[in-house]
Design a protein around this ligand. Structure first.
Ligand code: GRG
Length: 296
C-alpha cells in the first residue's frame, strides 16, 4: 500500500496540488477497491483517476491548513467533492449536454463505455460521495450532517444542477453580465465554495472574523476560476474540452478587456479576504494565484 502524502504548504501551488491529488486518489483507490467486483467500478475509476488538476481537493486541504484542522479529518470531504466534480464532468460531456468527445486528454466517459454506463456510473459517483461522508470515522455526527447538507445544496437545486440548466437553455442571444454571473456562481462557484465552507463548518472554535473572511473568499473564488476558464476556452481552445460552443462566456458577453479586468478584480478581492488569516492562508493564497493565471 502507498504511503499517505501530507501536502506541504511551503511549496508552489502546483506542487501542493500534486500532493493533494496523490492523497485524494490514494483515498479513493482504497475505498473503491472494496467494490472491485461491481460492474460500474471500472467506469468510476476511468472518470475519477487520470488527470484533473484537483483544484477542489487543493482548496479543501488548504482551508484545513488555514484552520489548523488535521488533514485526516477532511479526506472524506476531499473525496466526496472530487467525486461530485468528476461525476458532473461525465454528465456534462453527454450528447444531451455539451457533447464532448474528449475529457482530460482521453475519450470522454460515454465515448469509452457508452451512454448507459456513463449515466449510471455518474449516478453511482454522486451517491458514493454522500456514502463517504456518512461513513467517515474522522468527523463527528454533527460535522458529517453539516458536510452532507452543504455538499447536497452545493450540487443540487441551490447549486450546480440549477447552474447547468441555466447554461444549457437557449437564451437566443439575450445574456447579460448578471445572467452570466448567476449561472457561473451556481454551476462552478457553488461546488468550489463548498471546498471552503465544508471544512469551515467542521471547525467549532473559529472566530467570527475568520469565518466571515473565509465565507467571503468562498463566494468569490469560483468566479475567479470560471473567468480564467472562459479566457482559456477562447484564447487557448486546445486547453479545454472541444464540444458544443457555449454562448455563455465572459468574452462573448463583455469582451476580452473587461473579462481581464473582472479576473483581476475577483482575484484581488479573494486575496483581500485572506489577509485576515495572514500566514495561515499561505496555501490558499498560492492556489488563488494559480487559479487566476493557470494555462489549463
Ligand atoms: C450534481 C445534481 C448534480 C448535477 C450535475 C452535469 C451537471 C449537473 C453539471 C455540470 C457542471 C459543470 C461541468 C461545471 C463546469 C465546472 C468546470 C469549470 C469544470 C472544469 O473543472 P476543472 O478545470 O477540471 O477543475 P479538471 O479536469 O481539472 O478536474
Amino acid at each position: 500500500m502507498t504511503k499517505t502524502i501530507t501536502p506541504k504548504t511551503n511549496c508552489s501551488a502546483e506542487q501542493f496540488l500534486e500532493q493533494c491529488a496523490a492523497r485524494v486518489v490514494r483515498e479513493l483507490e482504497q475505498s473503491i477497491a472494496a467494490h472491485h467486483d461491481k460492474p460500474l467500478t471500472e467506469v468510476i475509476r476511468y472518470a475519477s483517476f487520470d488527470g484533473g488538476k484537483r483544484v477542489r481537493p487543493g482548496l479543501i486541504y488548504a482551508t484545513a491548513s488555514a484552520l489548523d484542522i488535521d488533514y485526516e479529518k477532511v479526506d472524506a470531504i476531499a473525496c466526496a467533492v472530487e467525486l461530485i466534480h468528476c461525476y458532473s464532468l461525465v454528465h456534462d460531456d453527454l450528447p444531451a449536454m455539451d457533447d464532448d468527445a474528449i475529457r482530460r486528454g482521453k475519450p470522454s466517459c460515454h465515448k469509452a463505455f457508452g451512454e448507459a454506463e456513463a449515466i449510471l456510473g455518474g449516478n453511482a459517483m454522486q451517491v458514493l460521495a454522500f456514502e463517504y461522508l456518512a461513513a467517515t470515522k474522522q468527523l463527528s455526527d454533527i460535522h458529517k450532517l453539516r458536510a452532507i447538507y452543504l455538499l447536497a445544496s452545493a450540487s443540487g437545486l441551490a447549486g450546480m444542477a440549477s447552474g447547468q440548466i441555466m447554461d444549457t437553455r437557449d437564451m437566443d442571444g439575450k445574456i447579460d453580465l448578471d445572467y452570466l454571473e448567476k449561472t457561473h456562481r451556481l454551476k462552478t462557484g457553488s461546488l468550489m465554495a463548498s471546498c471552503i465552507t465544508i471544512p469551515l463548518a467542521c471547525k467549532d472554535d473559529c472566530s467570527a472574523s475568520v469565518h466571515r473572511a473565509l465565507t467571503a473568499y468562498a463566494e468569490d473564488i469560483g468566479l475567479c476560476f470560471q473567468i480564467q476558464d472562459d479566457i482559456l476556452d477562447v484564447l487557448e481552445p486546445c486547453a479545454t474540452p472541444t464540444g458544443r460552443q457555449n454562448e455563455l462566456n465572459y468574452i462573448s458577453v463583455v469582451g476580452i478587456e473587461r473579462t481581464r479586468e473582472l479576473l483581476t478584480m475577483y482575484c484581488e478581492r479573494c486575496l483581500q479576504h485572506l489577509e485576515k488569516l495572514r500566514e495561515k492562508a499561505k496555501a490558499l493564497r498560492a492556489i488563488t494565484h494559480y487559479i487566476a493565471t493557470r494555462s489549463s
